[in-house]
Every structure is written in structure tokens, then in C-alpha cells.
Design a protein around this ligand. Sequence first.
Ligand SMILES: Cc1cc2nc3c(=O)[nH]c(=O)nc-3n(C[C@H](O)[C@H](O)[C@H](O)COP(=O)(O)O)c2cc1C
Length: 392
Amino acid sequence: MRDNRSMSAKIKHGFWSDLPKPFFILAPMANVTDFAFREMIAKYGKPDVMFTEFVSANGLVSAGRNKLLIDLKFSNKQRPIVAQLFTGHPEAMKEASILVKELGFDGLDINMGCPDRAVERQGGGAAMIKDRENSLKVLEAAREGAYPLPVSIKTRIGYNKNEIQEWLGFLLEQKLPALTIHLRTRKEMSDVPAHWDLMPDIVQLRNEISPETLIIGNGNIESLNEAGDRISQYGCDGVMIGRGIFGKPWLFSSLHYPRHVGIPKFSSHSAKTKIQDLKSVSLAAKNDIRFAKRISVPQYSSHSAKAAIAPLVRSVGRILGDAINIEDRLKIMLEHTKLFEEIFKGIKNFAVMKKHFKAYVSGWEGAKELRLKLMEAVSASQVDRIIKKYCG
Ligand SMILES: Cc1cc2nc3c(=O)[nH]c(=O)nc-3n(C[C@H](O)[C@H](O)[C@H](O)COP(=O)(O)O)c2cc1C
């Protein structure tokens, strides 16, 4: 009996119940977090969970399906990986969810926050905030099709105004395994700072309605340090990072070290010693560091241990970002470009890489000139030549 109960909990929450806490997620970003970029991120700094870019469920059940399948390509290195779909049509959602399950994803997420007019016209994305009845139908269809995969939702705090009680309260009643909240309204798009101050109300609502639902905060987080601070301050279970990853596939790299060395289990004294070791290791082997923000949050260490190691974690935490010198950055960018070309040749326009070039090549004297040259490139071999010339 006991075993059966834990099995059903496992099925409903799936991989979400196995995540460390706090956890950090790569946000879905259309035309950015494609297979190639996720592969780079998996190599240089894997987050706890990755999401695909969103894919139209309507498209997946239409004649154009084959063209969209590339957006659902993933590798085992990217696990746990969640496919994100959007639609306002329950039947399309059900059929597309079956496909998601058959493709072997770890979870399915429904986009209920995208402000794009084309998405909203289909009744999907943020339009769902205005139509609870249909959003429930779409959720039920997804659950039916994807079963036993866990089905989560990513949304915003409201359409034109803060609708936390009504909208998030309604979603929490559906007993989701995880709910990601981009802390802005649909109307605000991404034009104002995310309302992190609302997170405690959301967490309290979750505690009252559905204590088992994981709450993931999203919006304006640029680094793991910031993410850790938000979690400590506001009490959500995880943070999702979007634009902060632009040009920095190594952004999540600091997550792994403490898991290997088990720092959270150490006493404050030994934790401190370990961190000191870590600091020297990191100085010696800068690109292969695994350091930690996670250890500075309360769940992982006693208060005194936390206080002792926090400054070191911060200084170590800054090392990798700064330590990636220009040459290494450009090498990673070239590797990304080659992979993009290999995977998407004839499928996606090479111009997609240009927003990555802008992000990789920024922040040093001479970056602008190099960027301008890269904007003219139409192939990985041209990028290779430009970089070689630049590096002399
Ligand atoms: C280029 C771009 C594409 C995006 N595509 C998606 C998407 O496919 N699905 C989704 O749920 N959100 C999408 N978003 C929203 C992000 O996932 C995230 O919610 C938003 O950028 C706020 O987080 P950030 O401040 O960390 O970037 C996209 C955002 C950007 C900038």
C-alpha cells in the first residue's frame, strides 16, 4: 500500500520530486535555447532542468509537423528536459502531448504566459490567463496525453494587473508538480523590473492550496548568486534564468562542485576548509571549476557554516565568469557556431547565430569592431577565419 502511494506520487511529480533544493532552470527561449545552445550549456554548465523552446501543439498535429520536430530534438546530456508546448486547443494538446511522451521527454510544460499576438490568437500563451475554463481543458488534455509524465505550467502574475489570488490560486488548485511564474503581467511584457516582492504572497498561496507544488521564480536574474539571494529572501523552491545565459553557456557551471564534495553535510569548520581548497583549485584550473552558490542557502548548512562560507562562495562565484578570457570565449562561440551549422544546416537560418555573437562578443575594448565583422559572416568557417585573424 505504502509502495503504491509513493509510486503514484512519483508518477505525478516525476523527476521534479528528485531535484535538489534549491534548483536552477534554463528558461525556454524561442530561437535561442535551441538544441545547439542547450548542448553547449550541458557541456559548459548544466542547470538542474532544461526546457525546450516552446513549440506549437497545433503545428505538431498539422501537415507541417516534420518541420517542427527539430525544435523537440534533445540529447541525454540535456536531461532532465521538459518540452514546452502552446495551444488553446485541447485536442491538439492531447495529440502533441502523446508525441512528447513518445519522444522520451522527462516532463511537459504548458506555456500560459507568452504575450506574442500570433500565439494569443490561437488561444495559447497569455490568452489562457483570460480563459480559465479553456486553460483547464488544455491542462487536462495534456495530462491525459502525456501520462505518466508530469505536466507543469509557466505563466505570469496576471494579464493587465496583478491576479495572483485568482489566476495563480486557480492554477494551484490543479495540483501541479511545478509552477513557473514570470513575475510580470502580460501587459508589462518585459518592460519593467520583475515583481520579486510578490513572491512571498505566491509562496503563501502555494502553502495554503497545494503545498506539494514547486514554485519557480523567473525574471531579471542574471547569475546564480542573484538567484540564490532571491531564494533565500523570498522562499521559492527554484529559479529560472532566461536572458542571463546569453553569451554565457557556462552560467550554471557552479552548481556541480558541492554535489560532488558533499559540502552541505560538513560541519561549519570542514565546510570552510573545503571551500578554501576549492578556491585554490579554482585559481589553478579556472575553466574546470565547480563551485557553489547553493551551499550558502539555509537548507544546506547550519547558520554559522553559511555565514562562514558565504563571502568565499561569492568570491569564488565571480571567478569563473571573469576567468573566461576573450580567447576562451571566442573558442566556445566558434564551437557553438559549428554545432549550430552541423545540426541546422538547411533548416535554420545562420542569422539566428548573430544574436549569440552579439552576446559573446561584448564587454572589452575592440569588441565592437569584431562584432561588426561577425555580423557579415554566413558560415562557421568564416567565423573561424575572423576569429583566427582577431586572435593573431
Ligand atoms: C528571445 C526570447 C524567447 C522567449 N521564448 C520563450 C518561450 O519559448 N517560452 C516561454 O515560456 N518563454 C519564453 N520567453 C520568456 C523567458 O522564458 C522568460 O520568462 C523571460 O525572458 C524572463 O526571464 P529573464 O528575465 O530571466 O530573461 C522568451 C524570452 C526571450 C527573451
